[in-house]
Write a protein that binds this ligand. Structure first.
Ligand code: TRP
Length: 462
């Protein structure tokens, strides 16, 4: 086969791809979302299901997604169209690329709002706002932030501009340096936070909450949320990893890079959990507090520990960077498509895309204040108290990403020939390749389908 190259260029090495993909994977999902959904879903059993989903569904699907990207060497829409043609399959597969673009938009719209909170917290911590505060004080600082639409819009706007600027300049430029130094720094700060958590007197209780599975506490919906989060945290199911794969040099091993990314991502999430839950229990807070959880817990730690203003502001700055390197991957598929098919340059494409996602983000901003009582699907029991933000998150994480991931797995496993996969994964036809084939052909699709069917049983009109 002729070896293609993407018109958008290539990563300078496999290592840069690992950094970029890790930058995409590690973000708000690990530090903000994982702890709060774990808290809402009862802890240990939820964590166990999530870890299982990473191993059995996430890793094989990530390999499939990178493989398709590298073989297609185009934006996800064109990659799907082209590979379907090359393998003699139905042209409708390109709509999978479109669905991914839509999911990316929706996710970025709220992702940017939450990243804005982290940005606000960077300045607050640096200014010493949390020093010596009680849990109550920290809680009311958070409430006053989210109840003010103007402030939320300001931070959301700043973050969206940051994202658009990087995407406009091409994601390959500055990303490498940022991820190479800032990810390890984030890791060290999380260890410092875990160290603080060890001295709260509730470390044991926190660990038990996270790691002792109690299956009475998990529901069918909880299992769906755990699976959805496995896709979300690894950036799977919408073409972000596919488009990054399209810039991957030909010879790099997809299996090894995938395992590295999955491990790094999981470790960051577990460290965040180990830092947060001891603080929750030591201060008599509620693990199921929802999306504000880290903003109501970590500042307590920074307010009390020596050097907390410095550590705290560095922490929130690094969280912003982690969110930034994730956000850019959410619109890269769209921007690559606009450049390929609509004759736009990157600056114009990124500006349009960023502006549209920004506008949609206002719905999330208002979900926390003036629209906090707007519950559009209140006729369904499962969605009865979900705000627009909750619904956007549910629709994307728990429906669009797993469905996208399922279709990616099905395409890679059943539509692409065995020979093409073997060639593209650059693996030997041995044990590991056979394991991957079994996982992607049978285990992943069946597991995703069961979780879906199980959860559909839940959606009854109340
Ligand atoms: N994985 C990122 C996080 O955990 C978010 C993200 C970036 C994402 N790109 C994605 C989620 C693509 C789903 C699909 O914060």
């Amino acid at each position: 086969m002729e070896k293609r190259e993407s018109i958008h260029g290539q990563w300078s090495s496999r290592w840069v791809f690992v950094l970029a993909a890790t930058g995409s994977a590690v973000g708000l999902g690990n530090i903000w979302k994982f702890p709060y959904i774990t808290g809402e879903n009862g802890g240990g059993a939820f964590v166990l299901v999530y870890l299982l989903c990473i191993a059995v569904i996430g890793v094989p699907t990530m390999m499939a997604e990178i493989m398709l990207g590298r073989r297609g060497r185009r934006s996800p829409i064109n990659t799907m169209r082209h590979l379907a043609e090359e393998e003699g399959r139905n042209g409708a597969w390109k709509y999978l690329g479109w669905a991914g673009v839509a999911a990316g938009f929706l996710i970025l719209s709220y992702y940017s709002v939450i990243a804005g909170w982290a940005l606000a917290y960077f300045f607050r911590t640096a200014a010493g706002v949390f020093t010596g505060q009680t849990a109550d004080g920290v809680g009311s600082i958070f409430s006053s932030l989210i109840s003010d639409p103007e402030r939320l819009i300001t931070w959301h706007t700043i973050f969206m501009v940051m994202t658009t600027v990087v995407v406009a300049r091409g994601v390959k430029g500055g990303l490498e340096k940022a991820v190479r130094y800032l990810m390890p720094a984030l890791f060290i700060l999380l260890i410092i936070l875990v160290g603080y958590a060890m001295n709260t007197g509730a470390f044991q209780q926190g660990l038990e909450f996270l790691f002792t599975p109690n299956f009475d506490k998990i529901t069918a919906d909880g299992v769906l949320i755990a699976m959805g989060h496995a896709f979300f945290t690894l950036s799977l199911g919408m073409g972000a990893i596919m488009v990054y794969g399209s810039y991957l040099p030909q010879k790099a091993s997809i299996a090894k890079t995938t395992v590295m990314i999955a491990i790094a991502d999981t470790v960051v999430a577990l460290l965040a959990g180990m830092a947060i839950f001891p603080i929750v229990f030591a201060n008599g807070l509620e693990p199921g507090a929802g999306p504000g959880l880290i903003f109501q817990t970590l500042p307590i730690a920074f307010g009390q520990m020596p050097g907390g203003e410095l550590f705290g502001s560095i922490f929130f700055m690094l969280l912003v960077f982690a969110a930034w390197s994730s956000a850019i991957s959410l619109i890269e598929p769209m921007v690559a498509y606009q450049v390929e098919n609509m004759g736009m340059n990157r600056i114009k494409a990124a500006s349009w895309t960023g502006m549209t996602a920004w506008l949609l983000g206002l719905a999330t901003v208002f979900s926390f204040n003036i629209w906090s009582e707007v519950k559009p699907l209140s006729m369904f029991e499962t969605f009865a108290d979900k705000t627009i933000f909750d619904l956007l998150d549910y629709l994307t994480s728990n429906i669009m990403l797993p469905l996208g991931g399922l279709l990616i797995a099905l395409f890679a496993a059943w539509q692409m020939s065995r020979a093409s996969s073997l060639d593209e994964l650059a693996m030997k036809d041995g044990f590991f390749f056979k394991v991957w084939r079994v996982l992607i052909r049978y285990v992943t699709p069946v597991a995703v389908s069961i979780v879906f069917l199980n959860a559909i049983g839940l959606i009854s009109i109340g």
